[in-house]
Write a protein that binds this ligand. Structure first.
Ligand code: AMP
Ligand code: MN
Ligand code: MN
Ligand code: MN
Length: 285
């Protein structure tokens, strides 16, 4: 099964429309697809329609920003009902601090010499309520501060760097509760990307499981081969389903294109076997 269960459109910090993503996913052989924009559901109707037109199975998705003991963690929800009011209202509350954070980020970057940082980031933001670090990163590349967005993050936009602004997202338990309440499966996104110690990682996964989380991304655009093996082992140890995800954002930025990651290793249970997804996948097939 070529499943790709995590990517972004212009409704958050990707650059392509949901229709263009659907066409690209189908051209790359994706059979089961999910659009998982950050903290909003605005692209799902178009993605679902276009997936059907391309003959792909589709599950509604979202990627929720969480703060866990001071660290930003991303939790993907798969197979959610996008009309579930508590999820919609919860996501609106998560989005509400972004504009103020962007203004503060712009001040910090302008102090370094970046020109019109806020207006330029907004020019890149397809959805003004979802302005984020990726939009600023594209501005810094344009203005010659670094050769690519990855280098911009490293030099300017991560904790300890001059353009980083601390922000409080929602609680882990809250994000999982919204996802489960909307009938979905909660998945820890790209667990290899968090800068936390081994013990902290085990605590995160334990807290996530206690909250009702059921899956982790084993294959991710952020994971190398060693991390795929590490997270396959942890999925088995914790009894989590395993997800497969490119986390695709843009043709020139993302390390893995839609549907082009490694396959899940043997010995893990694919997340599309979860009953929550099974019923939705089947009724869309
Ligand atoms: P935000 O939600 O505004 O804090 O932005 C988070 C987004 O920044 C992530 O979803 C990624 O798209 C992007 N991002 C974070 N770290 C990196 C990195 N090292 N390189 C490239 N993009 C990154
Ligand atoms: Mn992103
Ligand atoms: Mn993420
Ligand atoms: Mn993502």
């Amino acid at each position: 099964m070529n499943a790709d269960l995590h990517c972004h459109s212009c409704h958050s910090d990707g650059v392509l429309s949901p229709a263009a993503l659907a066409a690209r996913a189908a051209a790359n052989g994706v059979e089961l697809w999910s659009l998982t924009d950050h903290d909003n559901l605005g692209g799902l109707d178009e993605a679902r329609e276009q997936a059907r037109a391309q003959g792909m199975r589709f599950v509604d998705g979202v990627e929720i920003s969480v703060t866990w003991h001071g660290t930003t963690i991303h939790v993907v929800g798969l197979g959610i009902d996008p009309r579930h009011a508590p999820l919609e209202q919860g996501l609106a509350s998560v989005r509400s601090g972004r504009d103020e954070r962007a203004l503060r980020m712009a001040d910090a970057l302008e102090a370094l010499g970046v020109r019109d940082a806020y207006a330029n980031a907004m020019r890149h933001a397809g959805n003004p309520s979802l302005v984020g670090r990726s939009h600023f990163a594209r501005v810094l590349v344009e203005q010659g501060y670094a050769p690519d967005v990855h280098a911009v993050f490293h030099d300017y936009l991560v904790r300890g760097r001059p353009g980083y602004i601390e922000h409080q997202w929602t609680a882990l338990e809250q994000a999982v509760a919204w996802i489960r309440g909307a009938g979905g499966v909660a998945v820890v996104a790209h667990p290899g990307r968090y800068r936390i110690s081994g013990d902290q990682l085990l605590r995160l996964l334990g807290d996530f499981r206690d909250a009702g989380g059921q899956a982790i991304e084993v294959v991710s655009g952020s994971h190398g081969e060693a991390e795929v093996r590490q997270f396959a082992r942890l999925a088995r140890d914790f009894g989590f389903y395993a997800s497969r995800a490119s986390d695709f954002h843009a043709p020139d930025e993302s390390p893995i294109d839609l549907g082009r990651g490694a396959h899940l290793p043997v010995g893990v249970e694919p997340v599309w076997h979860a009953p929550e997804l099974g019923s939705r996948v089947a009724c869309l097939a």
